[in-house]
Design a protein around this ligand. Structure first.
Ligand code: ZN
Length: 264
């Protein structure tokens, strides 16, 4: 699906993503949106999918006792049901194109598990001769400290074809396919190349995050991270994304992101 972004107030105008940055384009949309009460009032919002956009990082920690209530298993690994369904569909699509063997390595991790994973990384780094403080700093570039990991949401998936989680995954058939197609199924490569200054995590081609459609497509088309997307929503509260069949109205209500799909 190709998403084309229009100004709400002037639906004839298409703002090419190459000519305008995401921020500029959306600012124009925002100006038009707020004055269009007719449309705003005509939209009946669907149930919120806002929890799919939950931003978790070192500035936005989850409480130690946070645990999603719809965990299910896939390939023996726990994750949230909507992510499991989307992942299953994605695997089928991959296999229909002749790409086999993608496995879940890790998905939901509770706070205590994440603390153990982080401590392991710190210990391994200390074994290379670093002091604890330095080792903690280095470890946190590739493993989030407890509470800062979106694995605790049950919406983050580490995937692999050989059991290893390394940068080499990006060059495999599966890695390339996911980078180009996972957004169709509601996933993003959460820590993309060249965005470590924003995410504060190294490029991880194996770490997918379920955010749902259309968000995954918006992030993919615009080359932005979840941090940048949430930041944008916080500043502008509403925008519209068109595709062939109709449009999505995305609106922020407090911390809640609501999406309404409208058919043409
Ligand atoms: Zn991960």
């Amino acid at each position: 699906m190709v998403l084309i972004i229009f100004s709400l107030g002037a639906p004839g105008a298409v703002f090419a993503e190459t000519a305008h940055g995401f921020e500029d384009t959306c600012r124009l949309r925002h100006k038009a949106s707020v004055s269009d009460e007719g449309l705003e009032n005509s939209v009946r919002f669907a149930a919120s999918d806002s929890d799919f956009l939950h931003l978790v990082n070192r500035e936005n920690l989850l409480p130690a006792d946070y645990r999603p209530d719809d965990l299910v298993r896939f390939q023996g690994i726990e994750l949230r049901e909507p992510a499991r369904d989307a992942f299953g569909e994605m695997l089928e699509a991959m296999e229909s194109e002749g790409i086999y063997g993608l496995r879940l390595q890790s998905a939901y991790r509770c706070f205590t598990h994440q603390r153990a994973v982080f401590e392991d990384k710190v210990r391994l780094t200390m074994a290379k001769g670093h002091g604890r403080e330095e080792a903690t700093q280095i470890a946190s570039q590739s493993v989030q400290p407890p509470g800062a990991s979106e694995h605790q949401l049950g919406l983050a998936l580490d995937v692999s074809i050989n059991g290893q989680l390394t940068g080499a995954f990006a060059h495999t058939e599966a890695g390339k396919w996911l980078a180009e197609n996972c957004h169709y199924f509601g996933f993003i490569v959460r820590y993309p190349q060249g965005k470590s200054d924003v995410t504060r995590i190294i490029y991880e081609p194996w770490h997918l995050r379920f955010v749902g459609v259309p968000h995954a497509q918006i992030l993919y088309e615009n080359g932005i991270t979840l941090e940048e997307y949430r930041g944008f929503l916080a500043r502008h509260y509403m925008y519209v994304v068109w595709d062939r069949d109709g449009y999505f109205l995305v609106q922020l209500w407090g911390d809640d992101v609501r999406v309404e799909k409208k058919q043409n």
